[in-house]
Design a protein around this ligand. Sequence first.
Ligand SMILES: [Zn+2]
Length: 341
Amino acid sequence: MSRIKKKKKKKKIFELYSQNLKWIKEKTNAKFKTEFEYGVLCPLCLEVFLESDLLISDKNHLTLEHNPPKSLGGKDNILTCKECNNKSGHKTDVELLTYILEQEFKNFSPNSKHRTELISNEGAKVTADLSFDDKGKMTVNLQDKYSNPKDFKKFIDSEEKGFFPIEGEIGKFATKKLNFNMNLPDKGNMRLASIALLKIGYLMGFEKFGHIFLFNQNLDQIREQILNPEKEIIIDPFWINFEFPEMFVGVNIINKPTELNCFLNTFVLKTKSRNGQISIAFPGYNKEGLVIYKNIKKILCSDNDETVNLEITTLEPFLDLRDENRVFSSAYIWDKKASTQ
Ligand SMILES: [Zn+2]
């Protein structure tokens, strides 16, 4: 995106969200550190940013944030401050991408690739890039540049039995069949990858509900966890392992069972191989803190074979940030759902 286009896009998002915050200020007694008419909150640190903070300057300013990360098919529809963007962003996002690609490779998904180490029966180790094309055909490219020359020769000269036909760029070895063990290193850090998912779900809540999503003290610890991915703040599972019908991609409320009453933000991560659906739970506005995650563990992760019937409402049709009457919809729908139980 050109700089001018990017600038325009940032301004448009600022206008939408600052109007959203203005409506909330007018209808509630929400207090802020500074007086302002048009401003937005960074969804992660909750600091106020004004239109002048759209300009790239030495001090902290607003940045366009891709959510989900661009590498996983996300779009840049929200603003976060540069400090939070740096703090919460790159490391966990990289871990997430690494983890997902690695899982795909292990599942032999089409269009996945992986650098790995191959070991011959005689113990010679070489570095190789393995890839699967869109039909799932595997290609092995031995990387002599990244291998010990002696080992590389030994590997190539090793016995011509085995199960992997070698093809691809290493043309002259194309007819050889080598026998080796495949060693896929676990590069991805699952914990950091899961924090990246928590962040995607959280920012999605802000994108869709606007600022009212942030005015929920149960989310304080979630923000703290996102900004400190290395810390163990939320230990219980915050995702729901279930592939929901497509109409639930977006923001939802789980109504039943009541112990699982929560917001459920469902999104799709896209790689070359596939689209994967992820659902992250967030506590509602009642003052129960993070008890929802304990309940997810208790009810959905238990070993008994009892099936749990989830009743879910999609909120997509009720949300529109451009509509003043819908500014409070998440809080309103939450209240309504909570009071009908
Ligand atoms: Zn921030």
